[in-house]
Design a binder for this molecule. Structure first.
Ligand SMILES: [Zn+2]
Length: 249
Protein backbone atom coordinates (compact mmCIF):
# COMPACT_ATOMS: atom_id res chain seq x y z
CA UNK A 1 0.00 0.00 0.00
CA UNK A 2 1.41 3.39 -1.00
CA UNK A 3 1.42 6.64 0.97
CA UNK A 4 0.82 5.12 4.41
CA UNK A 5 1.99 8.27 6.23
CA UNK A 6 -0.29 10.51 4.16
CA UNK A 7 -3.24 8.13 4.65
CA UNK A 8 -2.67 8.33 8.43
CA UNK A 9 -2.55 12.14 8.20
CA UNK A 10 -5.85 12.17 6.30
CA UNK A 11 -7.45 10.12 9.09
CA UNK A 12 -5.97 12.45 11.73
CA UNK A 13 -7.35 15.46 9.82
CA UNK A 14 -10.78 13.82 9.43
CA UNK A 15 -10.87 13.23 13.21
CA UNK A 16 -10.02 16.91 13.71
CA UNK A 17 -13.24 17.81 11.88
CA UNK A 18 -14.94 16.71 15.11
CA UNK A 19 -12.36 17.89 17.65
CA UNK A 20 -11.95 21.35 16.09
CA UNK A 21 -15.66 22.01 15.84
CA UNK A 22 -16.15 21.66 12.08
CA UNK A 23 -18.38 18.61 12.26
CA UNK A 24 -20.48 17.27 15.10
CA UNK A 25 -21.36 14.11 13.18
CA UNK A 26 -19.86 12.37 10.18
CA UNK A 27 -20.42 15.07 7.54
CA UNK A 28 -17.41 16.42 5.68
CA UNK A 29 -14.50 14.88 3.83
CA UNK A 30 -10.76 15.28 3.46
CA UNK A 31 -8.35 14.65 0.58
CA UNK A 32 -4.68 15.11 -0.33
CA UNK A 33 -2.95 15.18 -3.70
CA UNK A 34 -0.49 12.43 -4.67
CA UNK A 35 1.24 11.60 -7.96
CA UNK A 36 -1.39 10.83 -10.59
CA UNK A 37 -4.40 11.68 -8.45
CA UNK A 38 -5.44 12.11 -4.84
CA UNK A 39 -6.39 10.21 -1.69
CA UNK A 40 -9.84 10.85 -0.22
CA UNK A 41 -11.89 9.68 2.75
CA UNK A 42 -14.36 6.91 1.85
CA UNK A 43 -18.13 7.09 1.83
CA UNK A 44 -20.06 5.72 4.79
CA UNK A 45 -17.21 4.93 7.23
CA UNK A 46 -17.15 6.67 10.61
CA UNK A 47 -13.93 8.66 11.10
CA UNK A 48 -12.97 6.86 14.31
CA UNK A 49 -13.20 3.52 12.48
CA UNK A 50 -11.06 4.58 9.52
CA UNK A 51 -7.91 2.55 8.76
CA UNK A 52 -5.14 3.62 6.37
CA UNK A 53 -6.22 1.02 3.80
CA UNK A 54 -9.78 2.41 3.78
CA UNK A 55 -8.65 5.71 2.25
CA UNK A 56 -9.54 5.69 -1.47
CA UNK A 57 -7.15 6.60 -4.28
CA UNK A 58 -8.73 8.39 -7.24
CA UNK A 59 -6.86 9.20 -10.45
CA UNK A 60 -7.44 12.35 -12.50
CA UNK A 61 -9.97 10.50 -14.70
CA UNK A 62 -12.09 9.69 -11.64
CA UNK A 63 -11.12 5.98 -11.49
CA UNK A 64 -10.69 4.63 -7.97
CA UNK A 65 -8.63 2.01 -6.14
CA UNK A 66 -9.63 0.69 -2.73
CA UNK A 67 -12.26 -1.41 -0.98
CA UNK A 68 -14.64 1.49 -0.41
CA UNK A 69 -16.37 4.04 -2.57
CA UNK A 70 -14.90 7.54 -2.32
CA UNK A 71 -16.82 10.24 -0.48
CA UNK A 72 -19.99 11.05 -2.42
CA UNK A 73 -18.58 14.59 -2.76
CA UNK A 74 -15.42 13.48 -4.60
CA UNK A 75 -16.27 15.46 -7.71
CA UNK A 76 -15.33 18.92 -6.48
CA UNK A 77 -12.14 17.50 -4.96
CA UNK A 78 -11.19 16.11 -8.39
CA UNK A 79 -12.06 19.33 -10.22
CA UNK A 80 -10.15 21.53 -7.76
CA UNK A 81 -7.02 19.37 -8.12
CA UNK A 82 -7.42 19.54 -11.91
CA UNK A 83 -7.86 23.29 -12.11
CA UNK A 84 -5.84 24.65 -9.15
CA UNK A 85 -2.34 23.25 -9.28
CA UNK A 86 -1.41 24.83 -5.92
CA UNK A 87 -4.14 22.84 -4.15
CA UNK A 88 -2.39 20.01 -2.31
CA UNK A 89 -5.07 19.17 0.27
CA UNK A 90 -8.79 19.90 0.68
CA UNK A 91 -11.04 20.02 3.75
CA UNK A 92 -14.83 20.16 3.36
CA UNK A 93 -17.33 20.32 6.23
CA UNK A 94 -20.77 21.57 7.32
CA UNK A 95 -19.84 23.59 10.43
CA UNK A 96 -22.63 25.59 12.10
CA UNK A 97 -21.65 29.23 11.58
CA UNK A 98 -20.40 28.93 8.00
CA UNK A 99 -23.40 26.82 7.07
CA UNK A 100 -25.81 29.29 8.71
CA UNK A 101 -24.40 32.14 6.59
CA UNK A 102 -24.44 29.89 3.52
CA UNK A 103 -28.14 29.16 4.12
CA UNK A 104 -28.73 32.90 3.67
CA UNK A 105 -26.52 32.89 0.53
CA UNK A 106 -24.27 35.42 2.26
CA UNK A 107 -20.62 36.02 1.40
CA UNK A 108 -18.26 36.95 4.25
CA UNK A 109 -17.32 40.54 3.39
CA UNK A 110 -14.26 42.51 4.52
CA UNK A 111 -15.59 43.13 8.05
CA UNK A 112 -12.25 41.86 9.48
CA UNK A 113 -8.77 41.84 7.95
CA UNK A 114 -8.37 38.06 8.48
CA UNK A 115 -10.86 37.51 5.64
CA UNK A 116 -7.78 38.01 3.42
CA UNK A 117 -6.44 34.64 4.68
CA UNK A 118 -8.64 33.04 2.01
CA UNK A 119 -6.77 35.00 -0.68
CA UNK A 120 -8.92 38.05 -1.41
CA UNK A 121 -11.12 40.83 -0.09
CA UNK A 122 -14.06 38.55 0.69
CA UNK A 123 -14.99 34.90 1.03
CA UNK A 124 -17.68 34.09 -1.51
CA UNK A 125 -20.67 31.80 -1.13
CA UNK A 126 -21.21 29.66 -4.23
CA UNK A 127 -24.73 29.15 -5.55
CA UNK A 128 -26.74 26.13 -4.47
CA UNK A 129 -26.51 22.92 -6.47
CA UNK A 130 -27.21 19.37 -5.25
CA UNK A 131 -24.32 17.53 -3.55
CA UNK A 132 -22.10 15.34 -5.69
CA UNK A 133 -23.09 16.99 -8.99
CA UNK A 134 -20.99 18.49 -11.78
CA UNK A 135 -23.05 21.67 -11.33
CA UNK A 136 -21.98 21.99 -7.69
CA UNK A 137 -18.38 21.47 -8.70
CA UNK A 138 -18.65 24.24 -11.30
CA UNK A 139 -20.29 26.58 -8.77
CA UNK A 140 -17.48 25.90 -6.27
CA UNK A 141 -14.76 26.57 -8.84
CA UNK A 142 -16.39 29.88 -9.75
CA UNK A 143 -16.58 31.00 -6.11
CA UNK A 144 -12.96 29.92 -5.54
CA UNK A 145 -11.43 32.05 -8.32
CA UNK A 146 -8.54 33.84 -6.59
CA UNK A 147 -9.51 32.20 -3.28
CA UNK A 148 -8.54 29.18 -1.24
CA UNK A 149 -11.87 28.85 0.53
CA UNK A 150 -15.57 29.43 -0.06
CA UNK A 151 -18.95 28.92 1.55
CA UNK A 152 -21.39 26.59 -0.22
CA UNK A 153 -25.03 27.67 -0.35
CA UNK A 154 -27.32 25.54 1.87
CA UNK A 155 -24.42 23.17 2.39
CA UNK A 156 -21.16 24.16 4.19
CA UNK A 157 -17.61 25.29 3.53
CA UNK A 158 -14.56 24.21 1.61
CA UNK A 159 -10.86 25.13 1.96
CA UNK A 160 -7.64 24.00 0.33
CA UNK A 161 -4.01 24.50 1.21
CA UNK A 162 -0.40 23.52 0.58
CA UNK A 163 -0.88 20.57 2.92
CA UNK A 164 -3.52 19.05 5.21
CA UNK A 165 -2.57 21.22 8.20
CA UNK A 166 -2.93 24.43 6.19
CA UNK A 167 -6.23 23.35 4.61
CA UNK A 168 -7.60 22.50 8.08
CA UNK A 169 -6.31 25.77 9.59
CA UNK A 170 -7.98 27.79 6.85
CA UNK A 171 -11.27 25.90 7.26
CA UNK A 172 -11.18 26.63 11.02
CA UNK A 173 -10.33 30.29 10.33
CA UNK A 174 -13.31 30.64 7.96
CA UNK A 175 -15.62 29.12 10.58
CA UNK A 176 -14.31 31.56 13.23
CA UNK A 177 -14.82 34.48 10.84
CA UNK A 178 -18.36 33.29 10.10
CA UNK A 179 -19.08 33.21 13.84
CA UNK A 180 -17.57 36.67 14.40
CA UNK A 181 -19.52 38.09 11.45
CA UNK A 182 -22.78 36.78 12.88
CA UNK A 183 -21.98 38.30 16.30
CA UNK A 184 -21.30 41.63 14.62
CA UNK A 185 -24.55 41.46 12.65
CA UNK A 186 -26.47 41.03 15.90
CA UNK A 187 -25.17 44.43 17.04
CA UNK A 188 -25.48 46.27 13.75
CA UNK A 189 -24.13 46.59 10.23
CA UNK A 190 -20.31 46.61 10.31
CA UNK A 191 -18.26 49.19 8.46
CA UNK A 192 -16.31 47.19 5.91
CA UNK A 193 -12.61 47.62 5.21
CA UNK A 194 -12.11 49.35 1.88
CA UNK A 195 -10.53 47.74 -1.21
CA UNK A 196 -7.34 49.72 -0.53
CA UNK A 197 -7.23 48.55 3.09
CA UNK A 198 -7.70 44.93 2.04
CA UNK A 199 -5.03 45.29 -0.66
CA UNK A 200 -2.71 46.55 2.06
CA UNK A 201 -3.53 43.50 4.24
CA UNK A 202 -2.94 41.13 1.33
CA UNK A 203 0.38 42.83 0.67
CA UNK A 204 1.35 42.43 4.35
CA UNK A 205 0.41 38.74 4.30
CA UNK A 206 2.76 38.24 1.37
CA UNK A 207 5.66 39.97 3.10
CA UNK A 208 5.12 38.24 6.46
CA UNK A 209 6.45 35.06 8.05
CA UNK A 210 7.97 32.58 5.59
CA UNK A 211 7.66 35.03 2.73
CA UNK A 212 9.41 37.79 4.72
CA UNK A 213 12.25 35.39 5.57
CA UNK A 214 12.66 34.47 1.91
CA UNK A 215 12.84 38.14 0.99
CA UNK A 216 15.41 38.83 3.76
CA UNK A 217 17.52 35.84 2.64
CA UNK A 218 17.40 37.12 -0.89
CA UNK A 219 18.55 40.60 0.17
CA UNK A 220 21.59 39.13 1.94
CA UNK A 221 22.73 37.31 -1.17
CA UNK A 222 25.05 38.99 -3.68
CA UNK A 223 23.18 41.27 -6.02
CA UNK A 224 21.62 39.29 -8.81
CA UNK A 225 20.05 40.32 -12.03
CA UNK A 226 16.32 40.56 -11.59
CA UNK A 227 15.66 37.72 -14.01
CA UNK A 228 17.72 35.40 -11.80
CA UNK A 229 15.59 36.00 -8.74
CA UNK A 230 13.50 33.05 -7.66
CA UNK A 231 11.28 35.15 -5.42
CA UNK A 232 7.96 36.47 -6.61
CA UNK A 233 7.35 39.85 -5.06
CA UNK A 234 3.71 40.87 -4.85
CA UNK A 235 2.92 43.90 -6.94
CA UNK A 236 0.61 46.48 -5.51
CA UNK A 237 -2.76 46.37 -7.19
CA UNK A 238 -2.46 42.69 -8.08
CA UNK A 239 -2.92 41.17 -4.67
CA UNK A 240 -6.07 39.21 -5.31
CA UNK A 241 -4.02 36.70 -7.26
CA UNK A 242 -1.78 34.77 -4.90
CA UNK A 243 1.71 34.95 -6.42
CA UNK A 244 2.20 31.23 -6.99
CA UNK A 245 -1.23 30.88 -8.53
CA UNK A 246 -0.80 33.10 -11.59
CA UNK A 247 -0.94 30.13 -13.97
CA UNK A 248 -4.02 28.58 -12.52
CA UNK A 249 -6.42 31.50 -12.34
ZN1 LIG B 1 -20.91 18.33 2.09
Amino acid sequence: MQHIDLREKIIKTALQLNSRGLSAGSSGNVSARVNGGFLITPSGVKYHKLRAEDIVFMDMDGKTQGDFLPSSEWRFHLDIYKSRRVAKAIVHAHPPYSTALACLDKDIPSFHYMVAMAGGKDIRCCKYEPFGTVELSEAVLEAMVGRRACLMSHHGLLAFGDNLEKAMSLAVEVEVLAQQYQLVLQMGEPKLLSEAEMEDVLHRFWTYGDNAQKIEDEKRRKPRKSWQSNITYPKRGNFYKLPEEKDSL
